[in-house]
Design a protein around this ligand. Structure first.
Ligand SMILES: C[S@@+](CC[C@H](N)C(=O)[O-])C[C@H]1O[C@@H](n2cnc3c(N)ncnc32)[C@H](O)[C@@H]1O
Length: 116
């Protein structure tokens, strides 16, 4: 289903056998040909995936998501750095060099704060 549907994160969590060790998103918005629009739409999908990861991962888990050249926005990086021990951008060998895609890798989730 559309992961931007407000029900999607809950339904995906319910389909899992408890908190996962890894959240991977290769989502990319259908391209319009307008570079700025395409960039913003795909970065938004990356942000939604990152929030899902922080709300869902098991402690020590990892998050990997597609971004476009230029990388993730500062607010997103700040949020991830607060929640993971290490956050880096990676361009794997399997990603074509002419493609503007790159990946955001956040390692070792610190865990969710519990009240009290
Ligand atoms: C680069 S392709 C990923 C291909 C995938 N890794 C595979 O091997 O089939 C980008 C994917 O993001 C999906 N996508 C785009 N927007 C989405 C959304 N709002 N919710 C869920 N998937 C979305 C598209 O359907 C498309 O399959």
């Amino acid at each position: 289903m559309d992961f931007l549907d407000e029900e999607a994160p809950r339904l995906l969590r319910e389909a899992l056998d408890g908190p996962p060790d890894l959240v991977i998103s290769d989502m990319a918005a259908p391209t319009t040909g307008h570079k700025r629009t395409d960039h913003l739409r795909t970065m938004y999908l990356c942000e939604v995936a990152a929030h899902f990861a922080v709300e869902t991962l098991a402690e020590g888990g990892h998050f990997l998501a597609k971004t476009f050249q230029g990388g993730a926005e500062q607010d997103l990086l700040t949020m991830l750095k607060q929640n993971f021990k290490q956050v880096v951008h990676v361009k794997p060998a399997a990603s074509r060099s002419e493609s503007v895609e790159m990946f955001l890798l956040a390692k070792s989730f610190k865990g969710r704060k519990t009240d009290g």
